[in-house]
Design a protein around this ligand. Sequence first.
Ligand code: SOE
Length: 383
Amino acid sequence: MASQPRAGIIGTGFMGSVHSRAVHAAGGTVSAVAGSSRSSAEAAAASLGARSAAGSAEELINRDDVDVVHICTPNSTHADLARKAIAAGKAVICEKPLATSVEDASELTELARKAGVVATVPFVYRFYPAVREARDRIAKGEAGRLWLLHGSYLQDWLAGAEATNWRVDSGLGGASRAFGDIGVHWCDLMEFVTGHTITRIMAHTSRAYEEREIRGRMSSVATEDGATLLFETDQGASGSLVVSQVSPGRKNRLWFSFDGTEASFSFNQEQPDALHIGRTDSSSTVPVGPETLSTPGGRRYAVLPPGHPQGYQDSFNAFVADTFSAIKGQPPEGLPTFRDGLRAALLTDALIASAAGQSWVDVPAGRPLEYSTSYPAVERQTQ
Ligand code: SOE
């Protein structure tokens, strides 16, 4: 293989551009881009820094100069494209949600395992240095026993009756919108940082607008603008989560506080250059930088000194670079794979069932054990 894997990007929208920047930042090349047509791919190729435009997704997948396929298309198309990429023996980076059903997510996870291809999902908030610092410190026992895990993920890009997007169409986006799109980020981050696993949830979903423009005409909306959840974990903690895509003024405000008997750790994605540690006698704000963070995890991704915030694209770049390392045979610790995409699908299914029945719903464990050894987990003290 060339020094870095050669990428093919399917999808020319916002996420396609994010993936393209990340490929180039990792020293990779974008051999081809595919869109809804050859002409749309040709129009996007230059802005995405792609060396060529493919006539179709299938053509791109089967090119000899594509080692890894990036799937950046509407949610309902992910499973079919991922199947084809795996069948062609290609590594896959599939935008979340991996699939719009547990069945498809489970099948894709198994197909990737059997094919022996690297298959990742961009749960990129894991790659903030402050997040890794919190994870390592919690693993060392600094929080004491974690008992309350809470937070929110708030956006406003769907605020306003006139706001719409393909995600509002459940035929393209799936049966859950706000939780399936961003609630799963928060849950992945919580489980990744704390080592806890959600075992059951009680959820309520709601809409700010009952009608939006879908496929060119005002239609009833079937998916949620927001969700409120209670949950319990396998280690006896409980928690809450508020998810919204109609919270004016909140742009991409993923926030958590993981509270233990000794300390609480909180993080705000919109102000990512600090980790907040609360204690009864002395709370602190740890600035992010290779010299100010104290753990291997935190320092691994901190490349700029404090006061020079590393942001969303930096985290995406780190995720793609780690995927490339895995493709070259050195899978880094903490890389989110299809098994984490399956986990997200299980949580989404449980949310939908709980909201429909207004009852507590158990969440299956959902991470195939054989995958848990492929990326060595951080050593955790018993909490
Ligand atoms: C839209 O809600 C979106 O782009 C999500 O799809 C991403 O996963 C999230 O990181 C930012 O917001």
